[in-house]
Design a protein around this ligand. Structure first.
Ligand code: SF4
Length: 725
């Protein structure tokens, strides 16, 4: 047997936005895989990349298994007259899709067809998908699952700073901080290598974790190296208002910064005047003295008071709320009043979750945006992008509907009757998922591009098999706005093809004369041109430049990175944004007054307990990939309900019992785990599964009025034992 010596592909993990560096060595000899599984085609080893510094989590270490899952989709599948999905040729499958699009649009117009994208798609695919929707389908109806992930932070960031880059500073800057206020995020489980960047704050006793659950991350703060703030679910805003009140009342505001670099200071000061800590304590349940201690510790770390620096970071726990934009705004207000933003060594940032959660929102998958992270109703942006696409500006539709409204309109009179889904498993990841199932079932045509038969793919009329991660070239953009290369290590199995090829083939079949290149480097060049002059300006980047940069020891380049000016010099990229001002009309950041409203679906007599949801270390998002990895599935094979023993005793649910959790939308069942990591009035469920314990079947689809983010993170439920007859 011959042994090949192919060089390892220097690439990144397929999962989360940390985009840990890894090397994939193609297997020369077939690897002996555990459990009699197919041999793994590559060996994964960590690389010393800034975000992970040589570390990987369990998901990253086992990621090669996803390449060879036994039920990998390797041929197109068509639903036959018998109702079953059966293999078909690419020609037949694409002809069926094109005929379906023509049929639906003839009857219902361009918006009869909708598109739902994903935050895991490469930048090139995200760009091509937005272009396909708007130039070939000419539909306004495109949005993506990033709406569920980052939209509140994006809306708040755009409003306050004039730009939204999750972290407008390199992640490694965190290491020097004296204090980090982490709100609604559990990186110790969701992105474990991130935790090493908190070491400086922990050593200084300055890690503050705000979470209604004593999560793995909260425990890092609990052990004398910080403070765990454990509010009642849905009251994070109150915590922030009280912290801001203390900063104002105790004269801890950085007045020079506020005067020179912000607008709206007085309005925000007035808005927090009534949120003294004792009042806040009655709402959020956090002792007033703890709130004072946190505010003082943050202020002491600020540059204005001679500290080493402080960061305020938000995650889904505070963002996935019907007041998500307002809550993130409150976090930004606090950071601005302390003078933390736009300064080296301090800042505000959002921990984006999905692998390309940052890049996925920049290139035109969002219902209201065009490439370059520009508004679709901005005439100048429309004209620029139309010229790159080679279409009339007037033919670009939009804005369309955000994700929850789009999914809710499917199959309704006047709504879209056909849907393309790319890189998303909405039957597990969308809120009120039973309603989503009903809407998908009402469609005339459902087309799903995926590499595994996800729950959503299994409902499709047509499933198109696509390449994944280690089988493709492209770029991703990490949570810090760092543009990095994804590199191919192995050939795709069977007939799997890139979405770039699929979109080009469909464009041709639908009679479009718009060009759809299929080479990722060529698509990137076009994306870069389309982004020129936008907030997320990639015009100075190319695959070749990123490759050369890396060969010279670089680790990716940050946007904005404009094309060379008249002097011909390459722009170095922008690791730290806002140092010289904010991209707002007057160069100042906006302080915006906000107030507490509470959860839309609040506790009441028949639903007296709060349900919060989240992730576990072993699984990623809807679990479509990680549930298929035996090592991960064995560790956490099914959903569960964390319940405080006090609540368990009160409702008659013992540790290990099956428990029913009922909200206004329905009921789910899972095994109870007694634990004191949750407050007695709270239960917690992870959301990675389908079936009877699929918690998003009962989460709320109420949305934030600004960002359209659903209120995943808190709703009212009744908890009771499952009785068998
Ligand atoms: Fe992959 Fe995220 Fe784990 Fe890193 S932390 S190995 S990027 S899943």
């Amino acid at each position: 047997m011959s042994t090949t010596t192919a060089a390892p592909a220097q690439t990144h993990c397929p999962y989360c936005a940390l985009q840990c560096g890894m090397a994939l060595t193609p297997a020369g000899e077939p690897h002996a895989a555990p459990d009699g599984r197919a041999p793994l085609p590559v060996t994964v080893s960590p690389r010393d990349f800034p975000t992970n510094a040589g570390g990987l989590c369990q998901k990253g270490w086992t990621s090669a298994s996803v390449l060879t899952v036994p039920d990998r989709v390797t041929t197109p599948l068509l639903r036959g007259d018998d109702g079953e999905l059966a293999p078909a040729s690419w020609d037949d499958a694409l002809d069926v899709v094109a005929a379906g699009v023509r049929r639906v649009q003839a009857a219902h117009g361009p918006d009869g067809v909708a598109v739902f994208g994903g935050g895991g798609l490469t930048n090139e695919k995200a760009y091509a998908l937005g272009k396909f929707a708007r130039t070939v389908l000419r539909t306004s109806l495109i949005d993506y699952n990033g709406r569920f992930c980052m939209s509140s932070a994006a809306a708040a960031g755009n409003r306050a700073f004039g730009a939204d880059r999750g972290m407008p500073f390199p992640l490694t800057d965190l290491g020097g901080a004296q204090a980090v206020l982490l709100l609604g995020s559990n990186p110790a489980e969701t992105m474990p290598p991130f935790v090493q960047h908190l070491a400086g704050a922990r050593e200084a006793g300055g890690l503050v974790v705000v979470d209604p659950r004593r999560s793995a991350t909260a425990r890092l703060a609990d052990d004398g190296q910080g403070i765990h703030v454990q509010p009642v679910p849905g009251t994070d805003m109150v915590v922030l208002l009280a912290l801001t009140h203390v900063v104002v009342a105790e004269g801890l505001v950085d007045r020079a910064f506020a005067d020179e670099r912000t607008a709206g200071h007085d309005d925000v000061v007035r808005s927090v005047s009534a949120w003294w800590p004792e009042r806040a304590e009655t709402v959020c349940g956090v002792p007033a003295e703890t709130l004072r201690r946190v505010a003082r510790r943050l202020a002491a770390a600020s540059p204005a008071r001679g500290g080493r620096g402080a960061y305020v970071l938000t995650g889904r726990g505070v963002e996935q709320s019907a007041q998500g934009t307002a809550t993130v705004t409150a976090a930004i207000n606090l950071a601005l009043l302390l003078g933390l933003v736009g300064r080296p060594g301090s800042g505000y940032g959002c921990l984006t979750g999905q692998g390309n959660g940052q890049g996925g929102r920049e290139h035109g998958q969002k219902s209201d945006q065009l490439p370059g992270y520009r508004k679709i109703d901005d005439p100048a942006a429309r004209a620029h992008v139309a010229a790159v696409w080679g279409v009339e500006e007037s033919t670009i539709p939009g804005p369309g509907l955000p994700a929850v409204a789009l999914l809710g309109a499917l199959g309704t009179p006047g709504g879209p009757q056909a849907l393309f889904v790319h890189g998303s498993n909405v039957l597990v990841s969308a809120p009120n998922a039973d309603l989503v199932r009903e809407r998908l079932a009402a469609l005339d045509l459902l087309v799903v591009c995926d590499f595994v038969p996800s729950e959503t793919a299994l409902m499709a009329d047509v499933v198109l098999p696509v390449t994944q991660w280690a089988e493709e070239e492209g770029t991703m953009t990490s949570l810090e706005g760092r543009v990095i290369r994804r590199r191919q290590a192995v050939a795709a199995p069977g007939q799997a093809r890139s979405e770039l090829w699929i979109l080009a083939e469909l464009a041709r079949r639908l009679g479009s004369d718009v060009a759809f290149p299929t080479e990722p480097a060529v698509v990137f060049d076009e994306l870069a041109r389309a982004s020129r002059g936008g907030i997320a300006d990639y015009s100075g980047l190319s695959h070749a430049r990123l490759d050369a940069h890396e060969e010279a020891g670089g680790t990716g380049l940050y946007w904005p990175c404009p094309a060379p000016g008249t002097d011909g010099a390459e722009h170095p990229g922008t690791p730290r944004m806002f140092l010289d001002g904010f991209p707002t009309p007057d160069g100042r950041a906006r302080l915006v007054p906000v107030d507490h409203a509470g959860p839309t679906d609040d506790v009441r007599g028949d639903a007296p307990t709060y349900l919060v949801t989240g992730r576990v270390l072993q699984h990623y998002q809807s679990g479509a990939q990680t549930r298929r990895v035996p090592e991960l599935d064995r560790l956490v094979p099914e959903p569960y309900v964390e319940i405080h023993p006090f609540l368990g005793l009160r409702v008659g649910v013992a540790d290990g019992d099956r428990v029913r959790v009922t909200s206004a939308r329905g009921a789910v069942e899972a095994v109870a785990r007694w634990t004191d990591v949750v407050r007695p009035e709270v239960v917690f469920m992870p959301f990675h599964w389908s079936g009877p314990g699929s918690v998003n079947r009962i989460t709320s689809d109420a949305v934030d009025p600004i960002s359209s983010m659903p209120e995943f993170k808190v709703c009212a439920v009744r908890v009771e034992p499952v009785t068998t007859t």
